[in-house]
Design a binder for this molecule. Structure first.
Ligand SMILES: [Zn+2]
Length: 387
């Protein structure tokens, strides 16, 4: 069954196509052109969304939960519910993200998440974001920059513990956040990079030279830039200078207006540019819920007026990806197209999924958003379904 979708414009997101003609078959994009150059094929049902924008579905590579559900504790049916909630905010693929917890609990969570990832490949439920890989945020984090990750759950990095986590996740770990300055970290960075994991430096007090060594060992990304990092100082540049300076690195940031002040978001976007800036939410179970007390893995979090804290420290966010995209257009001079790229193609490239995700092109997943001109999500299509 072939379906043709059209609208006013489409962002691939690299290219802009006026009056696009997006052909979808069996959940994949089979062709993409403009109605200016191509007729709608016969025997194809045409869906015209009208005066709107089409863009790839968002990919959130750092998310702990939402809709009252915590990714480390959720049952399979609860993960489906989380996926449906995320799709209402334009996310079509996500990386459930762990926090530092006792190793046995982490391994049990990784097994459940691996089940969900493996089931997601065959379950084409409409308008449900799919878990595509796991982000291990910890346990190899700096005590000094741990944020709210419980100190008793932080572990010195060894390839043996890494192997245990990898086995528990049945190879579905796609991002590893690690502090490179901890003894043993460089060996784990090299091993994780060898397994094609996106090694992301973060929760770190590293000096600049250590961060450079981490890139030498295979790190290519940075986790929530500025947050839980040795602060940037003009005479002690530290990890942040390396993250912002090095074009081999992509980097992500939480653009909720709380974690990073808007002028610093603007500087970040200038430094990393349109090809290397990545938006994440770092959202927790409280997202989409009223103020109150919520769970983030083993941590209790208080949420008030959009601010999540535990013992006075920021503990994730209640940000949604559609809001992050719109915030970028408000905090900077970036267009909607630029901002969309930071939520689609850039994260997909950072984690090695850009062949099928974060882009609309022949052969890619037919996961896309129908957006207003200002970036509000009107509809989310997953696997070519849900229109
Ligand atoms: Zn996080």
């Amino acid at each position: 069954m072939k379906t043709a979708f059209t609208a006013r414009r489409l962002y691939t997101p690299v290219e802009e196509i006026q009056n696009p003609l997006l052909l979808v078959e069996d959940g994949l994009v089979s062709d993409l052109s403009s109605r200016a150059t191509k007729e709608v094929p016969r025997n194809v049902s045409l869906v015209d969304f009208g005066d709107v924008v089409l863009a790839p579905g968002f990919l959130d590579i750092h998310i702990h939960g939402g809709a009252g559900l915590d990714a480390m504790r959720a049952s399979p049916s609860e993960l489906s519910r989380l996926g449906r909630f995320l799709a209402t905010h334009g996310v079509t693929g996500y990386f459930p993200t762990t926090v530092a917890a006792p190793l046995d609990a982490t391994c049990a969570a990784l097994g459940r998440l691996a089940d969900a990832i493996e089931a997601g490949g065959t379950n084409c439920d409409s308008a449900q974001a799919r878990p595509l890989g796991i982000h291990l945020e910890g346990p190899f984090l700096s005590h000094k920059r741990r944020g709210v990750h419980p100190p008793e759950n932080l572990v010195a990095p060894t390839t043996k513990i890494f192997e245990r986590l990898w086995q528990a996740a049945r190879g579905h770990v796609r991002v590893l956040t690690i502090a490179p300055e901890i003894p043993g970290a460089m060996e784990v960075i090299a091993e994780a990079a060898r397994r094609k994991i996106c090694v992301s430096i973060g929760h770190s007090d590293a000096e600049m030279s250590i961060a450079q060594d981490a890139v030498g060992a295979g790190a290519r990304h940075a986790t929530h830039t500025f947050n839980a990092m040795r602060p940037l100082d003009h005479r002690d540049p530290g990890i942040i200078a390396e993250v912002l300076d090095d074009d081999r690195m992509t980097a992500d940031i939480i653009v909720d207006g709380i974690h990073v002040a808007p002028p610093i978001v603007k500087l970040f976007l200038l430094a990393k540019g349109r090809e290397r800036a990545v938006l994440i939410t770092d959202a927790i179970s409280a997202t989409g819920m009223p103020d109150g007390r919520y769970q983030l893995g083993p941590i209790e979090v208080d949420v008030k007026d959009g601010r999540c804290t535990s013992n006075g420290s920021l503990a994730g966010s209640v940000l949604t990806m559609d809001r992050a995209v719109r915030n970028v257009t408000q905090f900077s001079n970036w267009s909607l197209q630029d901002a969309l790229r930071a939520a689609t193609l850039n994260p997909a490239q950072a984690v090695g999924l850009a062949a099928n995700h974060g882009i609309l092109a022949p052969g890619s997943a037919a996961d896309f958003n129908v957006l207003s001109k200002t970036g509000e999500v009107l509809k989310t299509i997953v696997h070519g379904q849900g229109f």
